[in-house]
Design a protein around this ligand. Structure first.
Ligand code: ADP
Ligand code: MG
Ligand code: MG
Length: 300
């Protein structure tokens, strides 16, 4: 049977974040996707004006009940991104448990969207809820540096040692795979460091098998893009599906596709728009170029 992903993320009418960044890449990589929209906004929140509405836990529970009644909760994967409220987060925890009852092998890929570059963009109580309720359910966790810090008690991740310790702590709480998607490490202003860690199976004698880790350095483009983390999570899910047991290849292909999209986006919008004030026009020019890059998503 085809893999089928239940993807709970935001929807924007114009542009590419959340499910708009996830559904198309997952589909072109051969996975079925059932999207649920955690918000429906006109555009991403970096624009000067945003209009729309948010979904709450009761609304998610209603959809889940409908799917359940028709025996449509047959997903192999759950993918979650931006979740704006405690009630929705709790409903997702319950949905994950429902899915696992039907499919004990469910893979839950969780992007714990909390903030970036030192700034929290959800209510502070969501940090504790993620740590207590969601992290233990996740199979694959893909925080950025700031999120990894928040989820492991707040100590700064200021080097590889600290990053490895954070991964270790997160493994201990559930996820078999942790990818810190971007770190700014001291002494490397021109680079982004990604760290991926996957727990090895228990040894026959019952002792823990340790973890396999890989690190990758990515050339930093001196600009901020919106939706990169969302695209990364979707690509990683798809490539982990196509390369089971080979996290290094999955990460390489996910980063490869993402970098192709960023390169094309930069080429298209030009250096002026990259440096410019965030007017609506500039935001629109900087939207990720997913459609023109579909071939590169498939063959990174
Ligand atoms: P988030 O959007 O959740 O903060 P990240 O910033 O970690 O996610 O971005 C995810 C991936 O996108 C990174 O691993 C990196 O490959 C790519 N990326 C994001 N911003 C840049 C940038 N300025 N230059 C190069 N690559 C970037
Ligand atoms: Mg980031
Ligand atoms: Mg993110």
């Amino acid at each position: 049977p085809l893999p089928r992903v239940l993807s709970v993320q935001s929807h924007v009418v114009h542009g590419y974040v959340g499910n708009k960044c996830a559904v198309f890449p997952l589909q072109v990589l051969g996975l079925e996707v059932d999207p649920i929209y955690s918000v429906q906004f006109s555009n991403h929140t970096g624009y000067p004006v945003v209009k729309g509405s948010v979904f709450d836990g009761e609304q998610l529970r209603a959809l889940a009940a409908g799917l359940e009644a028709n025996q449509l909760l047959t997903h192999t994967h759950l993918l979650t991104g931006y979740i704006g409220s405690l009630s929705l987060l709790q409903a997702i925890a319950d949905l994950c448990s429902m899915l696992k009852r039907r499919s004990p092998d469910l893979t839950y890929v969780c992007d714990p969207v909390l903030g970036d570059e030192g700034r929290l963009y959800v209510a502070p109580e969501l940090v504790d809820a993620y740590a207590a309720t969601i992290v233990p359910l996740a199979s694959v966790l893909v925080p950025n540096q700031f999120e990894a810090e928040r989820l492991t008690g707040g100590a700064p991740i200021d080097g590889l040692e600290a990053a490895l310790a954070a991964c270790e702590q997160l493994h201990g709480r559930g996820p078999h795979t942790v990818v810190i998607t971007s770190m700014a490490l001291p002494g490397d202003p021109g680079g982004i460091t990604l760290l991926a860690s996957t727990r090895l199976p228990q040894r026959p004698d019952g002792r823990l098998g340790g973890a396999r880790r890989m690190k990758m350095r990515i050339e930093r483009i001196q600009a901020y893009f919106t939706g990169t983390g969302d695209l990364f999570a979707a690509l990683l899910l798809a490539w982990m599906h196509h390369h089971p047991g080979d996290l290094a290849t999955a990460v390489e292909k996910a980063v490869g596709g993402l970098q192709a999209v960023l390169a094309d986006t930069v080429r298209h919008c030009g250096p002026a728009a990259l440096a410019a004030e965030r007017t609506a026009e500039v935001c629109a020019q900087r939207e990720l170029r997913l459609i023109p890059c579909q071939g590169k998503l498939q063959e990174p």
